[in-house]
Design a protein around this ligand. Structure first.
Ligand code: PEP
Ligand code: MN
Length: 336
């Protein structure tokens, strides 16, 4: 951290600042430049809120050199993190495909979708049972029964499961039925939930909040890791922009940014980003081409009758076609 002092800084203010730094156990060197005097703070400043030093009259500018996240940062973990669940590995050379309905609706629906996505080559079955809906009048999910139905369908077709948690009190049900716990965009900064998931035994799929920066997203991963769970999979699902044609704007650049900053695997959810099934195929390919470690795609056997997100769900045959195309794309990428 570097603190630039004001040109007209008074000695007594500078003394007060340096006393505060010493009190916080920092050492620093003073560099007398041509225009500015700067204090270069030595050592780890991660846990120190430098902004509060603006309270001192003599401070002109504070520049943070160190990133605020440590565990999620690549610098401290040069090798990619590979998260393995059975024979599925996030962060390996083969992208992982998560597919399934927005919500688990009933036994026959989830069985039909599980059968089809497995046949098309998906690895993990998704399905929401605790739904964070914008409207309190919309379908809220089948809760524990939904998790059980998801589990049973996945077991029948040899798939792993993922489902979204909205409250830490539900963790025992997830322990019983679910292989990967999803944190939705709306809960990305629910720090109490993140801390509880730091104690969970399952990997956590952490979606990016649609109003959050990449740094805030990685700081949320840091919360989970700091509380004991290093198995965090990041998921880009679109951010809110001025564009209204799509539900949100898929931020492809975040895949590349996360790869530069972090060792954690990152996947793409084109369905919630687009909000329209017609765009899902192209965005899936874009995500894989950009280097994503996998995809999460909403698939439904009868999108017109879906209880949530039918407009962005691929029909079973469309998903099959996409999977064929993705296989060709992955081969092409590997060759070049
Ligand atoms: C979901 O995956 O069902 C979901 C609600 O997604 P998001 O949190 O990205 O909106
Ligand atoms: Mn959905």
């Amino acid at each position: 951290m570097i603190i630039a002092l004001k040109k007209d800084a008074k000695l007594k203010d500078i003394d007060a600042l340096t006393d505060a730094l010493l009190e916080a156990d920092f050492t620093f060197e003073t560099v007398q430049g041509q225009h500015y005097t700067v204090l270069h703070i030595l050592g780890d400043t991660t846990a120190f809120d430098g902004k509060k030093l603006y309270a001192y009259d003599c401070v002109d500018r504070i520049i943070n050199i160190q990133e605020p996240f440590i565990r999620a940062h690549k610098k401290n973990h040069p090798n990619k993190t590979i998260i393995t669940i059975g024979d599925v590995a996030f962060g390996s050379n083969t992208p992982v495909i998560i597919a399934g309905p927005c919500s688990v609706e009933n036994h026959s629906q989830i069985m039909a979708i599980a059968k089809a996505v497995k046949a098309s080559g998906a690895n993990i079955l998704r399905g929401g049972a605790y739904k964070p809906r914008t409207s309190p009048y919309a379908f809220q999910g089948l809760k524990e029964e939904g998790l059980q139905l998801l589990h049973d369908a996945a077991k029948t077709y040899n798939l792993k499961t993922i489902s979204e948690i909205v409250a830490k009190e539900d963790l025992p049900y997830f322990d019983k039925y679910i292989d990967i716990i999803q944190v939705g965009a709306r809960n990305m900064q629910n720090f109490d939930l993140l801390k509880a998931l730091g104690k969970a035994k399952q990997p956590i799929l952490l979606k990016r909040g649609f109003g959050n920066t990449i740094e805030e997203w990685l700081m949320s991963a840091e919360y989970i890791m700091n509380h004991g769970n290093n198995n965090v999979i990041l998921c880009e699902r679109g951010i809110r922009t001025f564009e209204g044609y799509t539900r949100t704007t898929l931020d492809i650049s975040s895949i590349l940014a996360v790869k530069q900053l972090s060792h954690l695997p990152v996947i793409v959810d084109p369905s919630h980003a687009a909000g329209r099934w017609e765009l899902v195929e192209g965005l899936s390919k874009a995500g894989i081409a950009a280097g994503a470690d996998g995809l999460m795609i909403e698939v439904h056997n009868a999108p017109k009758r879906a209880l949530s997100d039918g407009a962005q769900s691929l029909k079973l045959d469309k998903f099959q076609t996409l999977m064929n195309d993705l296989t060709a794309l992955m081969t092409a990428i590997k060759k070049t």
